[in-house]
Design a protein around this ligand. Sequence first.
Ligand code: AMP
Length: 352
Amino acid sequence: MTAKTIGIIGGGQLGRMLAMAAARLNFATIILEPQKDCPAAQVASDQIVAAYDDPAALAELAKRCDVVTYEFENVPVAAAEKLAKAVSVYPPPKALEMAQDRLTEKQFINGCGIPTARFHAIDSQSDLEAALADFGGQGVLKTRRLGYDGKGQRVYRSVADSAEGGYVALGSVPLILESFVSFEREISIIAARGIDGAVACYDPAENVHRDGILHTSTLPSGISDATAAAAREAAEKILTALGYVGVIGIEFFALADGSLIANEMAPRVHNSGHWTEAACVISQFEQHIRAVTGLPLGNPVRHSDCVMTNLIGDDILSVPDWLRRDDVLVHLYGKTESRPGRKMGHVTQLHR
Ligand code: AMP
């Protein structure tokens, strides 16, 4: 195979794991990231130290790479579109555009025939009050852009929760109020589409969050075969509608009656797919590299049951204990400083 160079925008742990998977298939990687010695650059072939939308840096990336991908969804769409004129960019910039704004995202997902929570766009305090009245005083208020790990959100559980000041508290920026979904569990599906249109889906995982951050992903997820099939069908519709190439993560709420409500999609490899590196022959990272370089997709079949646990902040202190176990894959991200809420690594425990 001719070695090719892959550009990766973003230098966090997802970029790091993509670079590691790329290296195994003889691809070189160049990371575009403003922070020097970032987790991805530590294992990649080279780094361009610059902002994600720096025109000279993007021109250099296009010149030196055969294909460019990204590890986070807030890459400026204009920068990705400009880049796509000079080099292949996968996933397509349209996927970024759809995923960056929760309103556009929900409209797009509904347009694919997939249900989401009901929602209202909120651009003022009076919008918020009218929308809450429509939802019987319950709902989840979220910033439309740049929210992650539960940041930029406020939950209204009943009419007793005062809406006063809600719009200002979230920064007086464009918001969305979603109806409150009483779900039985949260699941996600990691799916991939190749340049040839082939689709491969991993088994859905059950996800448990702590303080708004993913804590564990468990396989099997406990949903029925019919619900799993519905998740795969939804993923296929979304991938096809976007003309997608690469790996996507889609989160759903599973209701007690087995039906699914889509919550959000991430046009990249996803934290709830880290288990694939231990419980599948082909990880989500290798799958993404295969997809964006035009290689055949790998078989996403799972050979083991497992639980992936994120190591957040001081959880990193438990690594010596995890390392003593013979059924656990430990993966650390090369971050020197541990802070509360910071993802430092993860472990996947196999149950065979
Ligand atoms: P998100 O940032 O959209 O992933 O939301 C973070 C977490 O908040 C989710 O994982 C859910 O646990 C909870 N959540 C978000 N939206 C809703 C909703 N509409 N109804 C109930 N819970 C929600």
